[in-house]
Each structure stands twice: as structure tokens, then as C-alpha cells.
Design a protein around this ligand. Structure first.
Ligand code: IMO
Ligand code: MG
Length: 329
């Protein structure tokens, strides 16, 4: 029986540190599940100072938890098996990883189409995500049950305490993001129900944000003219804002607070974690956009107090946690 479901969701354009939060929470759960996307995600985890990257396998693998890749995900078989070998040779128990028989398979043709027609125009990661979801919707896709070794197929049972690991984020959502500069899946918490539980099972939604905004790939609503400003270059260096999946330098901007408020309300978050506060401390500038202007604060404390006040006023969250790169959460 399902006891409790927690959903971790990204509140911006991806790369907020969802993997790190899932890794910190995983010991309290029985299963860690991905509900959307594929290897376009890139989650970085540090264990005893060693860096691990995953693209498809949920971050629960690092805590020895059962890891599920749900029916709403898309799987490139070669990449999946490569990731399994990488994790196995690093000493993790990959027999815990199971894929829904209903997940869809990304073919070579999907990858070719994405790279040829979409990558430059839309700034996709080139993983074949959009063409694969298109074929799924056209009902001519290939499902995992017909393509993956049996040992990896999930029996569909969810039980105990379930932790759901979001991939991509609110502003990359197919319905709520800046279409067409979005990904092709539903990134919001309601979509996690596709794993096989209902909304009443959801106990907690934890939103993850960063204290500044970043975007990898194209998005006309994410201003370009600021690109290259000296302070943003320093944020990129200090925050290591390079794509985990593509290696691309991310675009940076100051936090746009009204968008964060909107994302929290869309997701119904109970708690919000704001990562990478130490990066602003390192560059010594504390700025955000709110009420139509760019506001500068004298200290990180002042900026945090302002963010907390606005979030408590304009959303239903009861808890904001400010976190630094070195913190466990
Ligand atoms: P995580 O889970 C950041 C972006 C791409 C592109 C758009 C569409 O690490 O936060 P796609 O290949 O999905 O068709 O690309 O979405 N994108 C991400 N950006 N983090 C991600 O995942 C992303 N997954 C996709 O850069 O703009
Ligand atoms: Mg990423």
C-alpha cells in the first residue's frame, strides 16, 4: 500500500539542484521515481566529495532505494544501459532500477530528427525527446516492454513511502512554459500521478529554486542582452553553470520573483528550497526583480528576508529554506 508521496519539482528552467534535494531526502523513502522526460535531465550528486551524474536513473540509486522510471518517461536503450554500467562499476546496486513496460523508447531516428530539425531552432538537448513523445501521441511508438531486457521491467507496484524526482521544471512544461521553447512532457506535480497514484496520496510538494535564474537553450522570454555582463560571467564560474547534459554555458539573470511566486502557486508547494545562495555571497551582489524593477540589497540576509516575506504573502508555503552549494540540502 502507498503510505505517503512526496514530490520534488523544479520551479524555474531546470538545473535548480533537484537531484541534490532528492538525494538528501531519499533515505526516508522506499522508492524514488521519475515521472517525466528522459536523458535530457542532468542531475549531479556529490558523495564523499566524489561527483556522480545521472540523466535517467533516479537519484535514489545512491541510497540503495528501488528506482522507478515511470510510464510517462522516454528511454534511449543504449543510453540507459550505459548509465546502468556506469552506476554498477561505481559500486551501486543497479538491480534496483526498473522501467515501466509502458515507457516509450527513443529510437535513432528520433535522435537524428531532433539534432537535424530542432536542436538549433529550439535549443533542445538533442536527445530525441520531442520526436519520441510525438510518436507516442500518434500511437505508433515503441514501448519498453518490447525493447528492454526483462530484468529491467517494473511490475507496476508502488508501495510504502514514495519520493518523486521531477525532471526539467515549471517553465519548461509543455503547457505552462514558453511554447515552443519547452520540453515535450508535463513537469508539474499533478503529472507525477501518471506513476500510478492519485492526487489524494500526495502528502508533500517540495519546490526547488535557485537564488538567481539560469536557462540552457533558447527562450525569448529569458533576456539575452544581459548575456556576457561581467557579473553574470562570475556567477557562471562560481556556480559552475554549465549544462550537465550538453556542457553548454547557461544564460544567467537575477531572480525574477513574480515568476517564482507563480511557479510555487502552480505547483502547490508546501515547502521551497532556494539553492546556491553562496554564489551571490561570493560575487558580493544581491539583486532581484520585483514590482517591475531591479532591486539591490545590502546583504544576503536582507535579500533572503525580502524573498521570504513575499513568498509568505503571495503563496501558501509555510517554509522556505535557503541553501548553499556545500549544504546537504
Ligand atoms: P534538469 O532535469 C535544463 C531544456 C533544453 C531546451 C528545452 C527542450 O537537469 O533540470 P529537450 O531536449 O527537452 O527537447 O529540450 O528544454 N531542458 C533542460 N534545461 N535542465 C534540464 O533538465 C532540461 N531538460 C531540457 O535546454 O531549452
Ligand atoms: Mg540539468
Amino acid at each position: 500500500m502507498i503510505q505517503f508521496v512526496t514530490i520534488v519539482v523544479g520551479l524555474a528552467w531546470g538545473d535548480e539542484g533537484k537531484g541534490k534535494i532528492v538525494h538528501a531526502l531519499a533515505p526516508e523513502y522506499d522508492m524514488v521515481c521519475r515521472w517525466n522526460g528522459g536523458a535530457n535531465a542532468g542531475h549531479t550528486i556529490y558523495i564523499d566529495g566524489k561527483k556522480y551524474k545521472t540523466h535517467l536513473v533516479p537519484s535514489g540509486i545512491f541510497s540503495g532505494k528501488k528506482c522507478i522510471i515511470g510510464p510517462g518517461c522516454v528511454v534511449n536503450v543504449d543510453k540507459f544501459l550505459d548509465e546502468i554500467s556506469y552506476l554498477r562499476s561505481a559500486g551501486f546496486d543497479t538491480s534496483l532500477v526498473k522501467v515501466s513496460p509502458k515507457a516509450h523508447i527513443i529510437t535513432e531516428a528520433h535522435v537524428r530528427y531532433d539534432n537535424y530539425y530542432l536542436k538549433e531552432k529550439l535549443g533542445t538537448t538533442g536527445n530525441g525527446i520531442a520526436p519520441c513523445y510525438s510518436d507516442k501521441m500518434m500511437r505508433r511508438g515503441v514501448q519498453a516492454k518490447n525493447a528492454l531486457p526483462k530484468e529491467f521491467l517494473w511490475d507496476g507496484q508502488l508501495s510504502g513511502r514514495i519520493l518523486c524526482e521531477g525532471a526539467q521544471s515549471v517553465w519548461l512544461d509543455i503547457d505552462h512554459g514558453t511554447y515552443p521553447y519547452v520540453t515535450s512532457s508535463s513537469t508539474l506535480p499533478y503529472s507525477a500521478c501518471s506513476l500510478g497514484f492519485n492526487h489524494k496520496d500526495i502528502g508533500r510538494v517540495i519546490g526547488v529554486a535557485k537564488i538567481y535564474d539560469t536557462k540552457s537553450g533558447v527562450d525569448p522570454e529569458f533576456p539575452d542582452e544581459l548575456w556576457g555582463q561581467e557579473l553574470f560571467d562570475r556567477i557562471i564560474e562560481e556556480g559552475q553553470e554549465f549544462g550537465t547534459t550538453t556542457g553548454r554555458k547557461r544564460k544567467v539573470n537575477w531572480l525574477f520573483l513574480p515568476k517564482l511566486v507563480k511557479a510555487i502557486n502552480l505547483c502547490g508547494c508546501d515547502r521551497v528550497i532556494i539553492n546556491k545562495c553562496d554564489v551571490l555571497e561570493k560575487i558580493g551582489h544581491y539583486r532581484l526583480y520585483d514590482e517591475g524593477s531591479l532591486i539591490e540589497y545590502g546583504s544576503l540576509e536582507e535579500m533572503k528576508n525580502y524573498i521570504q516575506k513575499v513568498l509568505f504573502e503571495k503563496t501558501k508555503i509555510t517554509d522556505v529554506v535557503f541553501s548553499s552549494s556545500k549544504d546537504g540540502i
